[in-house]
Write a protein that binds this ligand. Structure first.
Ligand code: TRP
Length: 336
Protein backbone atom coordinates (compact mmCIF):
# COMPACT_ATOMS: atom_id res chain seq x y z
CA UNK A 1 0.00 0.00 0.00
CA UNK A 2 1.37 3.36 -0.88
CA UNK A 3 1.02 6.23 1.56
CA UNK A 4 -2.12 8.36 1.61
CA UNK A 5 -1.89 11.94 0.41
CA UNK A 6 -4.30 14.45 1.98
CA UNK A 7 -5.43 17.56 0.16
CA UNK A 8 -8.06 20.17 0.78
CA UNK A 9 -8.98 23.60 -0.58
CA UNK A 10 -10.51 26.63 1.10
CA UNK A 11 -12.53 28.97 -1.09
CA UNK A 12 -11.39 32.56 -0.62
CA UNK A 13 -14.64 34.29 0.21
CA UNK A 14 -15.29 36.00 3.54
CA UNK A 15 -13.49 36.03 6.87
CA UNK A 16 -12.55 32.81 8.68
CA UNK A 17 -15.03 32.02 11.47
CA UNK A 18 -15.01 29.61 14.38
CA UNK A 19 -17.01 27.05 12.38
CA UNK A 20 -14.17 26.95 9.81
CA UNK A 21 -11.68 26.64 12.62
CA UNK A 22 -13.30 23.66 14.24
CA UNK A 23 -14.29 21.96 10.98
CA UNK A 24 -11.23 22.40 8.79
CA UNK A 25 -8.46 24.61 10.14
CA UNK A 26 -7.76 22.91 13.46
CA UNK A 27 -7.68 19.31 12.12
CA UNK A 28 -5.65 20.50 9.12
CA UNK A 29 -3.06 22.16 11.31
CA UNK A 30 -2.80 19.10 13.53
CA UNK A 31 -2.19 16.94 10.44
CA UNK A 32 0.37 19.41 9.11
CA UNK A 33 2.54 18.69 12.14
CA UNK A 34 2.55 14.94 11.63
CA UNK A 35 5.69 13.98 9.68
CA UNK A 36 4.00 10.70 8.67
CA UNK A 37 1.34 12.55 6.67
CA UNK A 38 1.79 14.18 3.27
CA UNK A 39 -0.66 17.02 3.00
CA UNK A 40 -1.59 19.87 0.74
CA UNK A 41 -3.67 22.91 1.71
CA UNK A 42 -4.49 25.60 -0.73
CA UNK A 43 -6.50 28.77 -1.21
CA UNK A 44 -9.05 28.11 -3.92
CA UNK A 45 -9.17 31.60 -5.39
CA UNK A 46 -10.22 30.47 -8.87
CA UNK A 47 -13.15 28.73 -7.20
CA UNK A 48 -14.06 31.94 -5.43
CA UNK A 49 -14.63 33.51 -8.86
CA UNK A 50 -17.57 31.21 -9.50
CA UNK A 51 -19.54 32.94 -6.77
CA UNK A 52 -17.86 36.25 -6.11
CA UNK A 53 -16.59 38.81 -8.57
CA UNK A 54 -15.62 41.47 -6.06
CA UNK A 55 -11.84 41.91 -6.48
CA UNK A 56 -11.26 43.53 -3.09
CA UNK A 57 -13.25 40.88 -1.30
CA UNK A 58 -11.30 38.07 -3.00
CA UNK A 59 -7.87 39.51 -2.27
CA UNK A 60 -8.74 40.50 1.32
CA UNK A 61 -10.20 37.08 1.97
CA UNK A 62 -7.09 35.40 0.55
CA UNK A 63 -4.95 37.39 2.98
CA UNK A 64 -7.21 36.72 5.96
CA UNK A 65 -7.58 33.00 5.38
CA UNK A 66 -3.86 32.48 4.72
CA UNK A 67 -2.95 34.59 7.78
CA UNK A 68 -5.37 32.59 9.93
CA UNK A 69 -3.80 29.25 9.01
CA UNK A 70 -0.32 30.60 9.56
CA UNK A 71 -1.14 32.37 12.83
CA UNK A 72 -2.64 29.20 14.22
CA UNK A 73 0.58 27.31 13.57
CA UNK A 74 0.34 25.53 10.23
CA UNK A 75 3.63 23.72 9.61
CA UNK A 76 4.50 24.88 6.11
CA UNK A 77 7.70 22.86 5.99
CA UNK A 78 5.88 19.59 6.35
CA UNK A 79 2.64 20.52 4.59
CA UNK A 80 2.47 22.29 1.22
CA UNK A 81 0.48 25.52 1.52
CA UNK A 82 -0.19 27.45 -1.67
CA UNK A 83 -2.57 29.53 -3.72
CA UNK A 84 -4.40 27.71 -6.52
CA UNK A 85 -3.84 30.53 -9.02
CA UNK A 86 -0.05 30.30 -8.53
CA UNK A 87 -0.05 26.84 -10.10
CA UNK A 88 -0.68 27.27 -13.86
CA UNK A 89 -0.76 23.49 -14.28
CA UNK A 90 -4.12 23.42 -12.45
CA UNK A 91 -6.12 25.32 -15.10
CA UNK A 92 -4.21 23.40 -17.75
CA UNK A 93 -5.30 20.10 -16.24
CA UNK A 94 -8.82 21.50 -15.84
CA UNK A 95 -9.16 21.85 -19.60
CA UNK A 96 -7.83 18.36 -20.23
CA UNK A 97 -10.29 16.94 -17.70
CA UNK A 98 -13.09 18.92 -19.28
CA UNK A 99 -12.69 16.64 -22.28
CA UNK A 100 -13.26 13.64 -20.03
CA UNK A 101 -16.17 15.08 -18.02
CA UNK A 102 -19.63 14.16 -19.28
CA UNK A 103 -21.95 17.12 -19.55
CA UNK A 104 -24.65 14.98 -17.99
CA UNK A 105 -22.43 14.50 -14.94
CA UNK A 106 -22.16 18.25 -14.48
CA UNK A 107 -25.95 18.61 -14.87
CA UNK A 108 -26.28 16.51 -11.72
CA UNK A 109 -23.98 18.61 -9.50
CA UNK A 110 -25.89 19.72 -6.39
CA UNK A 111 -24.42 23.22 -6.47
CA UNK A 112 -25.59 23.79 -10.06
CA UNK A 113 -28.97 22.17 -9.44
CA UNK A 114 -29.54 24.34 -6.37
CA UNK A 115 -28.86 27.48 -8.43
CA UNK A 116 -31.33 26.33 -11.12
CA UNK A 117 -33.94 25.51 -8.51
CA UNK A 118 -33.57 28.93 -6.92
CA UNK A 119 -34.29 30.47 -10.33
CA UNK A 120 -37.32 28.27 -10.91
CA UNK A 121 -38.71 28.98 -7.45
CA UNK A 122 -38.01 32.66 -7.90
CA UNK A 123 -40.27 32.59 -10.98
CA UNK A 124 -37.47 33.28 -13.48
CA UNK A 125 -38.26 32.36 -17.08
CA UNK A 126 -34.65 31.36 -17.67
CA UNK A 127 -33.63 28.58 -15.25
CA UNK A 128 -29.94 29.32 -15.96
CA UNK A 129 -30.24 33.02 -15.16
CA UNK A 130 -27.06 34.37 -13.59
CA UNK A 131 -25.35 30.96 -13.67
CA UNK A 132 -21.82 31.22 -15.07
CA UNK A 133 -19.87 28.45 -16.76
CA UNK A 134 -17.50 28.73 -13.80
CA UNK A 135 -20.26 27.62 -11.46
CA UNK A 136 -21.33 24.90 -13.88
CA UNK A 137 -17.78 23.55 -14.34
CA UNK A 138 -16.82 24.05 -10.71
CA UNK A 139 -16.45 20.28 -10.09
CA UNK A 140 -13.98 19.94 -12.98
CA UNK A 141 -11.66 22.61 -11.56
CA UNK A 142 -11.97 20.91 -8.20
CA UNK A 143 -11.07 17.58 -9.83
CA UNK A 144 -7.93 19.16 -11.26
CA UNK A 145 -6.98 20.48 -7.80
CA UNK A 146 -7.20 16.99 -6.40
CA UNK A 147 -5.79 14.93 -9.27
CA UNK A 148 -2.83 17.29 -9.85
CA UNK A 149 -1.29 16.11 -6.58
CA UNK A 150 -2.45 12.47 -6.64
CA UNK A 151 -4.43 13.06 -3.46
CA UNK A 152 -6.02 9.88 -2.14
CA UNK A 153 -7.94 11.43 0.79
CA UNK A 154 -9.85 14.68 0.54
CA UNK A 155 -11.25 16.04 3.83
CA UNK A 156 -14.37 18.09 3.04
CA UNK A 157 -17.74 19.04 4.47
CA UNK A 158 -20.71 16.89 3.56
CA UNK A 159 -21.79 19.36 0.85
CA UNK A 160 -18.59 18.72 -1.13
CA UNK A 161 -18.70 14.93 -1.10
CA UNK A 162 -20.40 14.71 -4.49
CA UNK A 163 -17.68 16.86 -6.06
CA UNK A 164 -14.98 14.48 -4.83
CA UNK A 165 -16.96 11.57 -6.24
CA UNK A 166 -17.06 13.38 -9.57
CA UNK A 167 -13.27 13.75 -9.45
CA UNK A 168 -13.12 10.02 -8.93
CA UNK A 169 -15.40 9.38 -11.92
CA UNK A 170 -13.44 11.70 -14.16
CA UNK A 171 -10.12 10.12 -13.13
CA UNK A 172 -11.43 6.64 -13.87
CA UNK A 173 -12.74 7.68 -17.24
CA UNK A 174 -9.40 9.30 -18.08
CA UNK A 175 -7.50 6.18 -17.03
CA UNK A 176 -9.80 3.95 -19.02
CA UNK A 177 -9.14 6.03 -22.08
CA UNK A 178 -5.47 7.01 -21.73
CA UNK A 179 -3.96 4.43 -19.38
CA UNK A 180 -3.29 4.40 -15.68
CA UNK A 181 -2.13 7.96 -15.06
CA UNK A 182 -4.50 9.58 -12.54
CA UNK A 183 -5.23 8.49 -8.97
CA UNK A 184 -8.94 8.29 -8.04
CA UNK A 185 -9.48 10.06 -4.69
CA UNK A 186 -11.84 9.45 -1.81
CA UNK A 187 -13.71 12.00 0.34
CA UNK A 188 -13.16 12.06 4.09
CA UNK A 189 -16.12 13.61 5.86
CA UNK A 190 -15.30 15.32 9.17
CA UNK A 191 -17.70 14.19 11.89
CA UNK A 192 -18.28 17.55 13.52
CA UNK A 193 -17.81 19.70 10.43
CA UNK A 194 -21.47 20.43 9.98
CA UNK A 195 -22.46 20.49 13.62
CA UNK A 196 -21.40 23.82 15.01
CA UNK A 197 -24.34 26.18 15.41
CA UNK A 198 -24.22 29.92 14.76
CA UNK A 199 -25.69 32.90 16.60
CA UNK A 200 -29.24 31.95 15.66
CA UNK A 201 -28.82 28.21 16.29
CA UNK A 202 -28.71 27.27 12.59
CA UNK A 203 -25.46 25.85 11.18
CA UNK A 204 -22.72 28.49 11.40
CA UNK A 205 -22.26 29.62 7.82
CA UNK A 206 -21.33 32.66 5.81
CA UNK A 207 -24.55 32.25 3.88
CA UNK A 208 -26.69 32.60 7.04
CA UNK A 209 -24.74 35.58 8.26
CA UNK A 210 -24.65 34.08 11.76
CA UNK A 211 -20.93 33.52 12.21
CA UNK A 212 -18.43 34.45 14.89
CA UNK A 213 -15.19 35.59 13.19
CA UNK A 214 -12.26 33.60 14.51
CA UNK A 215 -10.20 36.68 15.29
CA UNK A 216 -12.92 39.07 16.39
CA UNK A 217 -11.44 41.67 18.72
CA UNK A 218 -12.19 41.14 22.40
CA UNK A 219 -15.12 43.56 22.55
CA UNK A 220 -16.74 42.32 19.36
CA UNK A 221 -16.28 38.71 20.43
CA UNK A 222 -18.02 39.38 23.73
CA UNK A 223 -20.90 41.13 22.01
CA UNK A 224 -21.42 38.28 19.55
CA UNK A 225 -21.32 35.59 22.21
CA UNK A 226 -23.89 37.49 24.26
CA UNK A 227 -26.17 37.32 21.19
CA UNK A 228 -26.16 33.53 20.93
CA UNK A 229 -29.69 32.20 21.15
CA UNK A 230 -30.70 30.22 24.27
CA UNK A 231 -34.02 29.01 25.64
CA UNK A 232 -35.88 30.75 28.45
CA UNK A 233 -34.91 28.51 31.38
CA UNK A 234 -34.16 30.47 34.56
CA UNK A 235 -30.93 30.34 36.58
CA UNK A 236 -31.02 27.28 38.84
CA UNK A 237 -33.17 25.23 36.47
CA UNK A 238 -31.27 22.20 35.10
CA UNK A 239 -30.40 22.63 31.42
CA UNK A 240 -29.80 20.15 28.63
CA UNK A 241 -26.43 20.32 26.89
CA UNK A 242 -28.01 18.72 23.83
CA UNK A 243 -29.07 21.38 21.35
CA UNK A 244 -27.27 24.16 23.25
CA UNK A 245 -25.14 26.19 20.86
CA UNK A 246 -23.16 27.65 23.78
CA UNK A 247 -22.28 24.16 24.92
CA UNK A 248 -21.37 22.93 21.44
CA UNK A 249 -19.01 25.83 20.88
CA UNK A 250 -17.43 25.40 24.29
CA UNK A 251 -16.91 21.68 23.68
CA UNK A 252 -15.32 22.36 20.30
CA UNK A 253 -12.56 24.34 22.03
CA UNK A 254 -12.24 22.70 25.44
CA UNK A 255 -10.61 19.51 26.69
CA UNK A 256 -12.68 16.53 27.73
CA UNK A 257 -12.24 17.25 31.45
CA UNK A 258 -13.30 20.86 31.01
CA UNK A 259 -16.31 19.71 29.01
CA UNK A 260 -17.38 17.33 31.80
CA UNK A 261 -17.09 20.18 34.27
CA UNK A 262 -19.49 22.25 32.16
CA UNK A 263 -21.91 19.33 31.79
CA UNK A 264 -22.11 19.33 35.59
CA UNK A 265 -22.77 23.07 35.63
CA UNK A 266 -25.61 22.62 33.13
CA UNK A 267 -27.18 19.92 35.32
CA UNK A 268 -26.88 22.27 38.31
CA UNK A 269 -28.67 24.99 36.37
CA UNK A 270 -25.95 27.47 35.39
CA UNK A 271 -27.48 30.81 34.33
CA UNK A 272 -27.27 31.51 30.59
CA UNK A 273 -25.61 34.85 31.31
CA UNK A 274 -22.88 33.14 33.28
CA UNK A 275 -22.38 30.48 30.63
CA UNK A 276 -22.00 33.18 27.99
CA UNK A 277 -19.42 35.01 30.09
CA UNK A 278 -17.55 31.78 30.67
CA UNK A 279 -17.56 30.88 26.96
CA UNK A 280 -16.36 34.36 26.05
CA UNK A 281 -13.48 34.19 28.53
CA UNK A 282 -12.50 30.74 27.34
CA UNK A 283 -12.38 31.58 23.63
CA UNK A 284 -10.78 34.93 24.30
CA UNK A 285 -7.94 33.33 26.27
CA UNK A 286 -7.59 30.44 23.84
CA UNK A 287 -7.35 32.74 20.81
CA UNK A 288 -5.23 35.52 22.27
CA UNK A 289 -1.74 34.45 21.09
CA UNK A 290 -2.96 33.50 17.61
CA UNK A 291 -4.97 36.72 17.39
CA UNK A 292 -1.85 38.76 18.07
CA UNK A 293 0.10 36.86 15.44
CA UNK A 294 -2.80 37.25 13.01
CA UNK A 295 -2.77 41.01 13.55
CA UNK A 296 0.94 41.09 12.85
CA UNK A 297 0.51 39.14 9.57
CA UNK A 298 -2.42 41.24 8.35
CA UNK A 299 -0.31 44.35 8.94
CA UNK A 300 2.60 42.83 7.01
CA UNK A 301 1.12 40.85 4.08
CA UNK A 302 4.57 40.36 2.53
CA UNK A 303 5.25 37.64 5.09
CA UNK A 304 2.11 35.81 4.02
CA UNK A 305 2.97 36.24 0.35
CA UNK A 306 6.45 34.78 0.93
CA UNK A 307 4.91 31.72 2.58
CA UNK A 308 2.56 31.24 -0.37
CA UNK A 309 5.43 31.58 -2.84
CA UNK A 310 7.42 29.00 -0.92
CA UNK A 311 4.38 26.71 -1.15
CA UNK A 312 3.97 27.36 -4.87
CA UNK A 313 7.57 26.31 -5.53
CA UNK A 314 7.05 23.08 -3.59
CA UNK A 315 3.73 22.38 -5.29
CA UNK A 316 5.12 22.96 -8.76
CA UNK A 317 8.00 20.57 -8.10
CA UNK A 318 5.26 17.95 -8.16
CA UNK A 319 2.86 19.49 -10.69
CA UNK A 320 5.31 20.34 -13.51
CA UNK A 321 6.79 16.85 -14.10
CA UNK A 322 3.41 15.19 -13.58
CA UNK A 323 1.81 17.50 -16.13
CA UNK A 324 4.50 16.40 -18.60
CA UNK A 325 3.41 12.82 -18.07
CA UNK A 326 -0.27 13.68 -18.48
CA UNK A 327 0.38 15.65 -21.68
CA UNK A 328 2.34 12.76 -23.03
CA UNK A 329 -0.46 10.32 -22.23
CA UNK A 330 -3.03 12.36 -24.18
CA UNK A 331 -0.75 12.87 -27.19
CA UNK A 332 0.18 16.51 -26.68
CA UNK A 333 3.89 16.00 -27.18
CA UNK A 334 6.99 17.53 -28.70
CA UNK A 335 7.51 16.41 -32.28
CA UNK A 336 10.69 14.70 -33.32
N1 TRP B 1 -15.18 23.53 -3.21
C1 TRP B 1 -14.62 23.47 -1.88
C2 TRP B 1 -15.53 24.21 -0.91
O1 TRP B 1 -16.28 25.06 -1.32
C3 TRP B 1 -13.23 24.06 -1.85
C4 TRP B 1 -12.30 23.31 -2.74
C5 TRP B 1 -11.83 23.71 -3.96
C6 TRP B 1 -11.76 22.03 -2.49
N2 TRP B 1 -11.00 22.76 -4.46
C7 TRP B 1 -10.94 21.71 -3.60
C8 TRP B 1 -11.88 21.13 -1.43
C9 TRP B 1 -10.27 20.50 -3.67
C10 TRP B 1 -11.21 19.94 -1.52
C11 TRP B 1 -10.39 19.61 -2.63
O2 TRP B 1 -15.48 23.94 0.26
Amino acid sequence: MSQDIYLTGITTTGTPHIGNYVGAIRPGIAASKDPQIRNYYFLADFHALAKNQDPDNISQSTLEIAAAWLALGLDTDNATFYRQSDIPEIPELTWILTSMAAKGLMNRAHSYKAAVQANVEGGNKDPDKGITMALYSYPILMSADILMFKATKVPVGRDQKQHVEMARDIAQRFNHHFGDVLVPPEAVIGENTALLGGLDGRKMSKSYNNTIPLFAAEKALRKLIMKIKTNSLEPGEPKATEGSTLFDIYRAFASETETHEIEKRYAEGIAWGEMKQLLFEYINEHMKPAREEYGRLIADPGIVEAELQKGAVKAREVAVPYMEKIRNAIGIRKLG
